[in-house]
Design a protein around this ligand. Structure first.
Ligand code: AR6
Length: 169
């Protein structure tokens, strides 16, 4: 049984086995959660990301996939980088967003993580509507076959927290 927790706050302040990063395909950093994770986690994370680009992901990490690195100075063992879809009003990309959650949990299981923190992937720069994103996030985690004991959704602001809370109820 996986317990789902909701927290309003900064994901870089969480103490968990794995922190999920809403990255982009380059794996080389950006704004939003990605910027915050690299800033607080320090250069060891980017160093490993560069190695992944040079080895397994020469063309970048595809949307909906996930890969782990060290968590550097964060209070976690790993950062799991996943690439959410950019929202489209004309194309349904929900399967790609669901894949981010499923793949991140699969990677977390492989690592032996027991607790995982997720941000609301794709809901910032990638403009996914919070209602849709919350439904996909909660439903995908609930349906996942995983040994993870606790999944913590960390929502940056009160409005996002409320949307996730409604979906969980
Ligand atoms: N802790 C928790 N949530 C946060 C934090 C934080 N420290 N900072 C922002 N959020 P975004 P995306 C929320 O834009 O939409 C980057 O440049 C934020 O309010 O970080 O998947 C990447 O490099 C929003 O609800 O990720 C990519 O290029 C959510 O996290 C691109 O942005 C996601 O916002 C990815 O866009």
């Amino acid at each position: 049984m996986t317990t789902i927790e909701l927290v309003q706050g900064d994901i870089t302040r969480q103490s968990v086995d794995a922190i999920v990063n809403a990255a982009n395909s380059s794996l080389l950093g950006g704004g939003g959660v990605d910027g915050a994770i690299h800033r607080r986690g320090g250069p060891a994370i980017l160093e490993e990301c560069r190695k992944l680009r040079a080895s397994r992901y020469g063309k970048g990490l595809p949307t909906g996939h996930a890969v782990a690195t060290t968590a550097g100075d964060l209070d976690a063992r790993w950062v799991i980088h996943t690439v959410g879809p950019v929202f489209s009003a004309t194309e349904d990309r929900s399967a790609l967003l669901a894949s981010c959650y499923r793949e991140s949990l699969r990677v977390a299981d492989e690592l032996g993580a027991r607790t995982v923190a997720f941000p609301a992937i794709s809901t910032g720069v990638y403009r996914y509507p919070m209602e849709d994103a919350a439904r996909i996030a909660v439903d995908t985690v609930r349906a996942a076959k995983t040994d993870i004991e606790e999944v913590r959704f960390v929502l940056f602001d009160e409005q996002a927290y409320e949307v996730f809370a409604r979906r969980l109820r």
